[in-house]
Design a protein around this ligand. Structure first.
Ligand code: UT7
Length: 339
């Protein structure tokens, strides 16, 4: 007989680099201002990896993962699968999941990377959840980590993109749970590839392969820095965020008043505030920390979820909704009855 399971979040962890970069710091590098950045994005500061340090995407993920495992009371030897979400992997290949495995001294469990940018953590969580539901695995380590600062164009030309992003990592340990009314109730995933190049970094690619990059590398080539059609992304984000949160509520027979905590991907405070208003949510029902970290892409939801939990804002029985939109375009939501 096939037994059905659900999955619960057993532990959360986060790690951000020590180096704080304020809006005034950025103003010294490009034509921008603290007031512009706060007014348009809500961001006051973000963390950047110190380029002289050994830190990277995988190693930040390890720090977040170790904290999550410790809080879950689960040994690294009991991890059955690693799912690693990032848009800034340490290498073009292999993925950062196997690097985490090596750095943590985890044996030969499978490790896979999810490449869904801002929605990466929601996609990764859903992958982990599916393996647990089917009884294939019991404990899955889900990590979102980003080292973005090294690739940003920190001149006036790149200011629209560069003032938004930051570095950091978050992790969750997902564990098998028997009560089907609790844990991850549903995940909802979408993508629309026709907008793939509206928020992207286009080089190096298989069309402009790595050896070509070194032969005629031009630091001024815009392809080597992230590109974002900010207004198109913004317009799509507010619509898709709303749709996918509505989808999660409808699937579970809930209304916005049933949400105890909404953790939106921290893309722009104005997007989160628009969604909050649209669903008529109070400040207590929504958690934002973009002011402190900027947009950490696949790491933003696990960092925010971890902080909300640390602050005692998420408790047993709460309905927690995670929602994201970003490059791809991809978007998704997850509704969790907290255990
Ligand atoms: O996480 C992935 C998903 N990403 C997102 O969801 C981001 C979505 N987009 C956004 O958040 C916004 O589009 C931005 C924050 C990126 C930009 O805000 P905006 O209100 O859409 O600004 P804009 O691009 O329309 O630019 C308005 C003005 C322009 O000047 P003019 O043409 O009006 O004279 C820009 O040149 O602001 C200028 N500008 C800046 N000024 C100071 C653009 N970037 C900056 C800057 N500092 N950093």
């Amino acid at each position: 007989m096939i037994k059905n399971f659900t999955s619960k979040v057993a532990g959360l962890g986060k790690y951000v680099p020590e180096k704080i970069v304020t809006n005034d710091d950025l103003s010294r590098l490009m034509d921008t201002s603290h007031d512009w950045i706060v007014e348009r994005t809500g961001i006051k500061e973000r963390r950047f990896i110190d380029k002289n340090s050994d830190e990277g995407t995988a190693s930040m993920g390890v720090k977040a993962a170790e904290q999550a495992l410790e809080r879950a009371g689960i040994s690294k030897d009991d991890v059955d699968l690693i799912v690693f979400a990032t848009l800034s992997p340490d290498y073009y290949f292999p993925g950062s999941g196997v690097l985490v495995q090596d750095l943590m001294g985890i044996g030969t469990c499978p490790a896979l990377d999810v490449r869904n940018q801002c929605s990466g953590f929601i996609y990764a969580l859903s992958v982990a959840d599916q393996y647990i539901r089917t009884g294939t695995y019991k404990n899955v380590l889900v990590i979102g980590s980003e080292y973005q600062s090294g690739g940003l164009d920190l001149t006036t030309r790149g200011r629209t993109v560069s003032v938004i992003f930051g570095d950091g990592a978050g992790a969750a340990v997902l564990t098998r749970h028997d009560n089907l009314d609790e844990g991850i109730r549903s995940s909802h995933l979408h993508s629309e590839g026709k907008h793939a190049e509206e928020l992207a970094i286009l080089g190096p690619t298989t069309k402009k392969w790595v050896h070509e990059l070194f032969e005629d590398y031009d630091p001024d080539d815009k392809d080597y820095h992230p590109y974002m059609n900010g207004q198109l992304v913004f317009k799509n984000a507010v619509v898709r965020f709303s749709e996918v949160i509505h989808e999660a509520l409808a699937k579970n027979g809930m209304t916005p008043s049933d949400i105890d905590m909404l953790i939106p991907h921290q893309a722009n405070l104005r997007i989160a505030q628009f969604v909050q208003k649209k669903f008529g949510l109070s400040d207590k029902q929504v958690y934002n920390n973009i002011m402190r970290y900027g947009n950490t892409t696949a790491a933003s939801i696990p960092i925010a979820l971890c902080e909300a939990w640390e602050e005692g804002l998420i408790n047993k029985g709460d309905n927690v909704v995670l929602a994201a939109f970003g490059s791809g375009f991809t978007w998704g939501s997850s509704l969790i009855k907290w255990v």
